[in-house]
Each structure stands twice: as structure tokens, then as C-alpha cells.
Ligand binder design. Structure first.
Ligand SMILES: [Zn+2]
Length: 395
């Protein structure tokens, strides 16, 4: 196994402490640290310890570094991308495409020579995502059923006109309608709600279990950054608000609108950066594309249950072959012989210390390793260790 270093992403919504602490970084944290990427995506490749790019290393000999079967199934790059996220402020609401939609969208935007800032398709791959909460975690995930949405909207006097629209139009046409509202109309609907609850929010009197809390939190950012009010604020009331306890796992398939609101997580996804935005953003919203690829059927959010693997780990299996997440809890003194997988794996040490048998190399929390196909290593836990492994399904 070789050690790899994650690519750091300093997005505005990130936190200041979690990732620098995990990485034991002494750098001044004047910029938020939002994401750490482990993989070979061209927008943020991991590096080897000598600073060279993992992307280049894989390109030198794809079959040797990725495995023949993995190359046959997914091509000459890692099929997955592993990230650690620290969400301090709500992200934009977003939807990811299917493979077919991504291929068509990417080709179309290339032909039309769309400005990079307005592009939804940065590659031709789908981006199903799995997240595992590393803390209490809150997110918006899919649409509520209409009865629940009506109940939420009806709580606020000035939103009552929306209730009728929502019931008559159905979710899809309602979303289309609110994204066509002029800002002045959004203001007359939303400003009274904002003013009514501002002091309660500021005095911590609204619980995080209420959609209103996240509405007010999103408003804080919009006001601070002097952004116009955005129909994404209405989306908060018609989407499922999901609380995920530490260790809980959620899967987001193509078409499911979602937004991370607060907390830390591990994200494992297909190796893509294709995002169609759906509000709570100052970035470009392609409403036509959004209506085309979003799944407007209401859903009941579920937690993905882990299954014991034959080597003492826990597998989180989802209907995407591009990635598998396995979790290992090792006790101090325990050893783990890393399985003889058919494709490349990335290992991430979340907590504890371990030693790699063949290399006498000590590693602690925040470390990551790349394992070539067929490689067998022995991991010795020198303290209690929590370890994650990303791989692909090539069956
Ligand atoms: Zn996403």
C-alpha cells in the first residue's frame, strides 16, 4: 500500500476546525476547510507523499494500478471518489444525473461551448452518493408527501397562497412555478416569515428538528452575502428534513434532490462532479435541466443498514457498482489481513493508530492509503482503530 494525501477544498460553507484537526495541520485556518478528496478526479487529485499526482501515477499503468477487471468495467480511472466533509453552513440544494443524462448533457454543453461558470456537466459520468455521518448530521433529502408539505406551508400566514398552487399544480409544476417567481414576489411571501421568526432564531428558540430553523439559517447567509432571496427557501418546506445520528448511512441516487445542512460525514460517490443546482445558491440554476432530471415523487428517507462482511467489517451496499464502503472497528492489538481484492482500494483511518506489517510504517487518524489489486497487507492496530475502505464492485 502507498500513502496518499487528500486534496483540500476551501469552500465557503466549510468549517474551520474539523478537517485541520483531523489532518494535524499547523496552518492558519483563516479560510474554511470544507472537503478532503481521496481519488483521481481531475478537479482534485490526491497526491503521493512526494507531491506527485495520483492521477498521473495511475495513468502510468492503469491495469497494474487499477486492476484489469476494473479497467474493463469502468475505464482507466478510479470509478469512485472518497471525500470527508465538514458542513458548517447549508450547501446548495442539488440533483445529480443518471449516466445517460450525464453523457447527453456533457456532449450538449461541449457543443454549445457553455461558459464554465454556467456548466452543470463537468464530465460524462453519473454521481450516485453514499454518506456516513461522522457527527449528528442534518440534510434535506427528496420531496415530502404533499400532505406534510401543505402542513408546513400552512404554518405561515403569507405562504398560504403557495398552498393552493402546490395542491393544484403538483410538486413538479409547483417547483417550476416558484423558480419563475420574480424576486419582488418572493420577498412579499418570505420577508414577513423572516421578520416574524428572526428574534426566535437568534435566541436559539427554534429546534433543528424544524424546517423553519434551516430556513432561517439559510436566510442568514443570503443576507450576509447580500444575495437575492431564492426559491430554494421554499424548497426547504417541501423537502424531507432528515436527521442522521453519528454512524448512520444515507444513499442518494440520481434524481433525488438533496442539500447537506450541518455536520461532518464521509461521502463515497461515483467519480464525477456533475451537479445540477436547485436553489440556495448564487451559482447558475438551469431550471430546464433541473425539471428534466429531478425525481419529483415523494419519498420516505431511510437509513442504509450495514451487513457484516466475512473479514469482520461492515459493508454498506447500495445499488451502484461504482463504489462499496466497508467499515472496520479494530481493537488494540488486533490484526487485519487486507483482503485480496480484484480492484484498487482506498483506505482511510478515521481514528486510532496502526502499523502496516510489511512497511513498519506507523499511521494515525487522517491517513489514507492506496491498495493495488491483488496486494495483501497486514494492518496491526496499535490502539483501537476505526478504518474505512472504499472499493468498487466488479462482480
Ligand atoms: Zn450531492
Amino acid at each position: 500500500m502507498i500513502e496518499i494525501k487528500g486534496a483540500v477544498k476551501n469552500y465557503e460553507w466549510g468549517g474551520y476546525h474539523y478537517l485541520p484537526t483531523l489532518l494535524d495541520s499547523n496552518e492558519e485556518n483563516d479560510r474554511p476547510v470544507a472537503e478532503l478528496w481521496f481519488g483521481d478526479h481531475h478537479s482534485g487529485s490526491s497526491t503521493l507523499v512526494d507531491g506527485s499526482l495520483l492521477t498521473k501515477w495511475i495513468e502510468l499503468s492503469p491495469e497494474y494500478h487499477l486492476g484489469k477487471r476494473l479497467v474493463q468495467k469502468f475505464g482507466c480511472r478510479l470509478p469512485y471518489l472518497l471525500k470527508i466533509l465538514d458542513v458548517r453552513e447549508p450547501l446548495s440544494i442539488q440533483v445529480h444525473p443518471t449516466i445517460m443524462q450525464a453523457k447527453q448533457g456533457y456532449a450538449r454543453e461541449m457543443v454549445m461551448n457553455v461558459d464554465p461558470g454556467c456548466r452543470s456537466y463537468k464530465d460524462n459520468n453519473h454521481k450516485p452518493e453514499l454518506m456516513l455521518a461522522l457527527s449528528d448530521f442534518y440534510l434535506l433529502h427528496g420531496f415530502r408527501n404533499v400532505t406534510k408539505g401543505v402542513y408546513e406551508l400552512n404554518k405561515y400566514q403569507t405562504l398560504k397562497p403557495l398552498v393552493l398552487m402546490y395542491q393544484e399544480l403538483g410538486i413538479k409544476n409547483f417547483v417550476s412555478a416558484i423558480f419563475s417567481l420574480p424576486v419582488s414576489e418572493l420577498e412579499s411571501l418570505l420577508v414577513p416569515v423572516i421578520e416574524q421568526y428572526r428574534s426566535a432564531y437568534l435566541q436559539n428558540e427554534i429546534s433543528k428538528s424544524q424546517s423553519l430553523f434551516w430556513f432561517m439559517r439559510a436566510v442568514q447567509r443570503i443576507e450576509r452575502e447580500k444575495m437575492p432571496l431564492d426559491a430554494g427557501l421554499i424548497m426547504i418546506f417541501i423537502m424531507n428534513l432528515m436527521y442522521v445520528p453519528k454512524g448512520g448511512v444515507v444513499y442518494q441516487n440520481a434524481g433525488i434532490p438533496h442539500a447537506y445542512l450541518e455536520g461532518q460525514n464521509i461521502e463515497l460517490m461515483a467519480n464525477s462532479d456533475n451537479v445540477v443546482r436547485c436553489g440556495l445558491t448564487s451559482k447558475h440554476i438551469d431550471i430546464k435541466e433541473l425539471l428534466l432530471i429531478t425525481d419529483f415523487e415523494p419519498i420516505t428517507p431511510t437509513i442504509v443498514a450495514g451487513r457484516p462482511s466475512n473479514d469482520g467489517g461492515i459493508d454498506y451496499i447500495v445499488p451502484a457498482d461504482d463504489f462499496r464502503l466497508r467499515e472496520y472497528h479494530l481493537e488494540k492489538g488486533q490484526t487485519l489481513t487486507t483482503p485480496d481484492e480484484n480492484g484498487a482500494c482506498i483506505w482511510f483511518v478515521l481514528s486510532g493508530e496502526l502499523m502496516l506489517g510489511s512497511q513498519q510504517h506507523y499511521s494515525n487518524a487522517g491517513s489514507a492509503f492506496y491498495q493495488r489489486p491483488g496486494e495483501v497487507n497486514v494492518i496491526h492496530a496499535t490502539s483501537d482503530v476505526l478504518l474505512y475502505r472504499a472499493s468498487a464492485s466488479i462482480a
